[in-house]
Design a protein around this ligand. Sequence first.
Ligand code: ADE
Ligand code: ZN
Length: 318
Amino acid sequence: MRTLREFIISLPKAELHLHIEGTLEPEMMFDLAMRNGVSLPYASVDEVRAAYDFADLQSFLDLYYAGAAVLVTEEDFFDLTWAYLERAKADGVVHVEIFFDPQTHTERGIEFGTVLNGIARALKLGELYLGITHRLIMCFLRHLDEESALATLEQARPYLQFIDGVGLDSGERGNPPAKFEKAFHAAHEMGLRAVAHAGEEGPAGNVTDALTLLKVERIDHGVNAIDDLELVAHLATHRIPLTMCPLSNQRLQVTPDLSAHPLKKLMDAGVLVTVNSDDPAYFGGYVADNYVAIAEALDLTEADIAALAENSLLASWR
Ligand code: ADE
Ligand code: ZN
């Protein structure tokens, strides 16, 4: 008999919420640290994995930004992206929309072009050799100021042919959408599309503000949208997708008990919900693992699961 995982893998699907820096597996972290002469505060791969016990979003981000220090050359960004695409292929992913965080790298002296060229070359080869189409989304780090976001947008200008949209990530608490109104306005003026993380650790009001102030097309996470039924109806009526990430929400204590995750309630309310992996190397699973986890926790039917996969294609920018 076909297993649940085999059924999930058999469905063509898009991954729309994936931070490329969040695909850095501990093994590759060690290999790249060696290659680049970067010292790590861990003695072994097992020690790294043991450290992945997160109390909240910030405790994860502290480790995640530290881990990204091993990424130095264009080859590193290529290898990271290629390894992700091979795993996505194995999960039945046909289209990816990848986030990258340029400020994580430019702040430590890595050129914008080094990051962009490595990722873009792997995406191109992924299309040729794995048949996976792609879009690329540049995220602003919301714990930094808007000046830094605007400077990053300027650095992106020579590479706009490779960048489809902007996003907003990092710590949501204390960094509301309103802080980035000018940067998103400037991005729209440059012809870029937009998404934003909202309602992950922040309130439903951040989802509303991301839509009205930043004019985003999709909401990343949006878990707390469930607290505002008028907002839920608005998301459903206007077909505004939510890119949800069950294992991330579980590991970052957003919904520690997955059986309490609002994904099915939102689906039933008519919201275009999708399932994604966020930072799979840190949260214990790639996209198929996320489908399996939420399907088991919420008792989803095969029809529900097929609808989620179809939603991912509908919500994509293919
Ligand atoms: N950057 C990487 N993963 C993130 C998440 N889950 N929330 C906010 N910023 C992130
Ligand atoms: Zn995310």
